[in-house]
Design a binder for this molecule. Structure first.
Ligand code: AP5
Length: 218
């Protein structure tokens, strides 16, 4: 099964993807995480994209597809969840063509719906375990024991460079420019389901499971 999560920065895609990985073993492919890994490792690619990502702009489609093709060519037949990819209509069209090359299709696309005014607070309060990359929030989703990761027990956390308010503003602008046409592309293909992402984490998760159950029983 191939599933795609669409949604604004901070709408909760990564948080829910993690739950699906833990519950059903969906491989979670976040293009943001893949790109950040390149930066961390200081690869040639990483050095060329650092400024773009820190500015909140989109990385070139060709670079993103280099990474996606590696994933598809090495994970044939596995359940994969793409989080934050495709991000624009060009990527969506190109992704369909690439999937066809590997005899695969997108099964379902979930669009995380939330009002924009909530997102700044979500992103500027986010912190991430540096060992297992579990995502938390100072107010909405803190660790059970302060300073200790619930999942792996590690005690070091980081905040993302692009979660600074000025960069968040740019990311939201970029998202707004691209989202409607992407949404229409999947609506036309009857693949798109809306999910209310403006609820408590556990309720969003429950509703997502109900939605997936309905989809699987179609
Ligand atoms: P990427 O890493 O994909 O970031 P994003 O799409 O902007 O999404 P986020 O990871 O910020 O948010 P999320 O929806 O996963 O929210 P989360 O679950 O963490 O992309 C980063 C950059 O990489 C882009 O700007 C671009 O430069 C580049 N890039 C990536 N993909 C690309 C592509 N395909 N093409 C070109 N460039 C690309 O939750 C956020 C916070 O809210 C957390 O603190 C969490 O604990 C909390 N939270 C989650 N759910 C809830 C809830 N229900 N209620 C309250 N709080 C909640």
């Amino acid at each position: 099964m191939i599933m795609v999560f669409l949604g604004a920065p901070g709408s909760g895609k990564g948080t829910q993807a993690r739950y699906l990985y833990e519950k059903f073993g969906f491989e979670h492919i976040s293009t943001g995480n893949l790109l950040r890994k390149e930066i961390e490792l200081e690869t040639g690619l990483g050095l060329s994209i650092r400024k773009i990502m820190e500015g909140g702009r989109c990385v070139d489609d060709d670079i993103v597809f280099q990474l996606i093709e590696i994933i598809l060519s090495t994970r044939q037949g596995e359940h994969i969840l793409f989080d934050g990819f495709p991000r624009n209509i060009n990527q969506a069209k190109k992704f369909d063509a690439l999937l066809a090359k590997y005899n695969r299709v997108i099964d379902t696309v979930i669009d995380f719906q939330i009002i924009f005014s909530k997102l700044m607070e979500r992103l500027t309060g986010r912190y991430i375990c540096t060992r297992c990359m579990s995502v938390y929030h100072k107010l909405f989703n803190p660790t059970n024991v302060e300073g200790i990761c619930d999942k792996c027990g590690h005690d070091k956390f980081m905040v993302r460079e692009d979660d600074k308010p000025r960069v968040v503003k740019k990311r939201l602008e970029v998202y707004e420019e691209q989202h409607q046409s992407l949404r229409e592309y999947y609506l036309d293909r009857l693949k798109l389901y809306d999910l209310d992402a403006d609820l408590d984490v556990a309720i969003v998760h429950r509703n997502l499971l109900v939605l997936l159950q309905k989809h699987m029983n179609r």
